[in-house]
Write a protein that binds this ligand. Structure first.
Ligand code: HEC
Length: 214
């Protein structure tokens, strides 16, 4: 009799201990900081951060992934330097020209016109003035100057740095160069494959060249 009372008491104790455990809640934690990180709300005020702000500027000199620094300054000297020395970073292929055309028709044609003659829809409707033709002799645009004005904008033309990637800007540059050549009655530049594929030799370099050729 005494024995069974003991058993019942032990059983009740066990049940009451176990019954409080809930899988959906954390159990007892003796050093909670060991398990749970301190969460900071985005843009919250916290003393631990410099300036008391959770949101901080990127460390000086850091470069976002996929973004390349552009060294030419937004000034007359920077413009001139880019005009003289900045060269297209991609090759003038048909594929790049087609991508350039698609982007040009989206971003530029509304002012500059599909042919680049400065007679886009907004100009015809007199919504904007002073849009030059790409073959304007006084401006004598170059690869570098086209890229530069797309990057920073120029007077009433805005910057396209936020809408386009570096590669896309160079594709547009190629297409603008093509429109300019067409306006001047010249043959647009197309880079033919500079790396000839050697059929006989079967070394590694040939494999690579072969890959590039396609
Ligand atoms: C809102 C109308 C507008 C749009 C859109 C526009 N431009 Fe322009 N663009 C202008 C005007 C206006 C000028 C003349 C600015 C000046 O020199 O006063 C100009 C000038 C230029 C020049 C000559 C700059 C020089 O060196 O003298 C180039 C090249 C050019 N634009 C390219 C582009 C390209 C490429 C795009 C598309 C990514 C584009 N523009 C989109 C209005 C526009």
């Amino acid at each position: 009799m005494k024995n069974s009372i003991n058993i019942i008491i032990v059983a009740i104790m066990m049940i009451s201990i176990v019954s409080c455990k809930k899988d959906s809640k954390p159990n007892y934690q003796y050093m909670p900081n060991m398990y749970a990180p301190v969460g900071y709300e985005p843009y919250g005020d916290y003393e631990v951060f410099p300036g008391g702000q959770e949101a901080m500027l990127p460390a000086e000199g850091s470069i976002p992934r996929g973004w390349m620094p552009y060294d030419y300054k937004d000034s007359t000297e920077g413009y001139q330097l880019a005009k003289d020395s900045l060269k297209n970073a991609i090759r003038y292929t048909k594929a790049n020209e087609e991508s350039g055309k698609a982007l040009y028709d989206i971003y530029c044609a509304i002012c500059h016109g599909a042919k680049g003659d400065g007679k886009g829809t907004l100009v015809q409707r007199e919504k904007i003035l002073g849009v030059p033709s790409y073959d304007d002799i006084g401006r004598a645009i170059t690869e570098g100057s086209i890229y530069h004005v797309m990057y920073y904008g120029i007077n009433s033309m805005g910057s396209y740095a936020a809408q386009t990637s570096e590669q896309e800007r160079w594709q547009i540059v190629q297409y603008v160069q093509k429109l300019k050549a067409d306006l001047e009655g010249k043959t647009p530049r197309i880079d033919t494959n500079v790396v000839p594929v050697q059929v006989e030799a079967h070394n590694e370099t040939t494999e690579e060249n072969h890959g590039n050729a396609h």
